[in-house]
Design a protein around this ligand. Sequence first.
Ligand code: AMP
Length: 173
Amino acid sequence: MDLKSLIRDIPDFPKKGIVFRDITTLLNNPQGLRQTIDSLTLKCQENNFFPDYVVGMESRGFIFAPPLAYNLKAGFVPVRKPGKLPAPVHTIKYELEYGTDKLEIHQDAVVKGSKVLIVDDVIATGGTARATSYLLDSLGCELVGFAFVVELKALEGRSRLPNVPIVSLVEYQ
Ligand code: AMP
């Protein structure tokens, strides 16, 4: 099944000039959802990603990281927007196209020295994934790779990420 054909393009969302790659039409297709999780799992296995934890970023990273963690027999760790996590956190501030944003992780989310994989729905500029990798640095764990469902190649997000393998399922030029 062609996964790209299940992703819907929404022009000028959330602002003019952006083509939003809407994955809700992939998620509500039973075969599409299954194939997405299965293919992502296979790509991770082929790249020898055998993490202790899969980290997903709020909000859409939460859709894909837990089933991937389940298949890879890893734990799931959420990275959240400020003020959502109840226990002590590490916080990172990072640049957006306009302004800045923050992400947080629990200070005790992972065992020091463990292997971690970062997962999100889309890599655009790579800023969110890079900020997440910095949070993981502060926890003293080993980043084994990144996995994305969609990669927006023209934005060259890969070039902003640390030098570990990166997998994606659907590419847009
Ligand atoms: P990034 O620029 O890589 O930090 O992307 C930030 C977040 O915005 C990612 O987690 C994506 O889910 C989302 N995102 C950015 N651009 C798009 C787009 N064109 N279509 C869908 N989601 C996007």
